[in-house]
Write a protein that binds this ligand. Structure first.
Ligand SMILES: Nc1ncnc2c1ncn2[C@@H]1O[C@H](COP(=O)(O)OP(=O)(O)OP(=O)(O)O)[C@@H](O)[C@H]1O
Length: 338
């Protein structure tokens, strides 16, 4: 592994809106999202299926595909600029070199006809890596770092590897070009709990060793606590809460985060204490056009939630978008004197 002295870059997502074309017109899957990834940290993004996590991850690589489209916003990465203004060759180079990624279902995205080693060389050539021997050496070291026999893995086809091994190969391919920003979308999906824990630990170690800025998408709130520094909670295309992971999980403020945490089954204690969040998350077609997107499922729903979308408010190291949390009295007053 090449030691590096370069400091980790920061990433600033500003007012990001991504829409998908549907029979009912273009509808937002990500709506006005603001999120900063602090240099050298791991940010986890959690939320139920359909909350916009993968769409957000794709935006970091300007890789949203039709029928999707980035309708507004910017994604500034230190040393690279606004990724959303990059195109063609610049964008292709940035992906892999500056922003490494493992997309959802990475285990299935390897080419079944080529050995992993051949795919590694293809990747190196497509990024004009001159020292291909060095690349192979780095790949082997990374694989060894993840507890695998590098030479054997590079000689294998994907069908010769287990799910956990393929997942680690995906992570190796995301890291091997020395990208400083790494996006991992559901890196542990479909793995058993022990393998999940191992992969998350490896992600944390490699992140620290290489001084990266990392985004990890998952629907597994329990698993993310082990690996992330900060946690963003998404619902209906919005980031409804964001803060330090221990604080968000230890003292959640948004009613949705509270519900998500109550729904985690605990290994110790009564399993019946885990209470599933009532109702279902919205789809693009059922997202309300005005007001709070979570109100249908919210036990703290108020009249204002029907009409006004809550604005994210930063207080005490935490950003929360909820009328009930944000100055409930001030809102009542505002209504009274309006
Ligand atoms: N290609 C597409 N065409 C139309 N709608 C889409 C498309 N891709 C995603 N969507 C919709 O956009 C919304 C956000 O999807 P996204 O995959 O980003 O959510 P997610 O939180 O990553 O969900 P999951 O955990 O299931 O992957 C969903 O309502 C989804 O149905």
């Amino acid at each position: 592994m090449t030691p590096t002295t370069v400091t980790a870059p920061g990433v600033r997502i500003r007012d990001l809106t991504v829409v998908y074309k549907t029979p009912a017109g273009e509808l937002p899957a990500v709506s006005g999202v603001n999120l900063s990834l602090e240099p050298g940290t791991i940010t986890g993004v959690v939320g139920e299926s359909g909350s916009g996590k993968s769409t957000l991850a794709l935006s970091l690589l300007n890789a949203v595909q039709p029928p999707g489209r980035i309708a507004a916003g910017s994604v500034e990465i230190d040393g690279l600029g606004d990724v959303l203004t990059l195109g063609g060759e610049d964008l292709r180079r940035a992906r892999g070199r500056q922003v490494g990624y493992v997309f959802q279902a990475a285990q299935n995205s390897l080419n079944p006809l080529k050995t992993i080693g051949k795919q590694l060389l293809d990747l190196g050539r497509s990024h004009d890596v001159e020292d291909l021997r060095g690349l192979v050496r780095d790949a082997k070291e990374l694989l060894a770092r993840m507890g695998m026999d590098g030479a054997r893995v590079l000689d294998s086809h994907q069908h010769e590897l287990s799910g956990g091994m393929r997942q680690r190969v995906g992570i190796m391919l995301a890291l091997v070009l020395n990208a400083k920003v790494v996006v991992l979308d559901e890196p542990t999906t479909a793995l058993d709990m022990i393998t999940q824990a191992t992969i998350l630990r490896i992600i944390r170690e490699v992140h620290d060793e290489r001084s990266l800025t990392t985004l990890v998408i998952t629907h597994d709130v329990g698993a993310i606590a082990e690996v992330a520094d900060s946690l963003a909670v998404m619902y209906g295309g919005r980031v409804v809460e964001h803060g330090e992971v221990t604080e968000v999980l230890g003292a959640p403020r948004h009613p949705y985060t509270q519900g998500l945490i109550r729904a985690i089954p605990r290994l110790s204690g009564d399993i019946s204490e885990a209470r599933a969040l009532p109702g279902r998350p919205p789809t693009l077609g059922t997202l309300p056009a005005a007001g709070c997107v979570f109100r249908e499922r919210c036990e703290r729903r108020m009249a204002v939630c029907e009409t006004d979308e809550p604005i994210p408010v930063f207080r005490d190291g935490r950003t929360v978008a909820c009328h009930a949390v944000d100055h409930p009295l001030a809102l009542v007053k505002r209504k009274e004197f309006a």
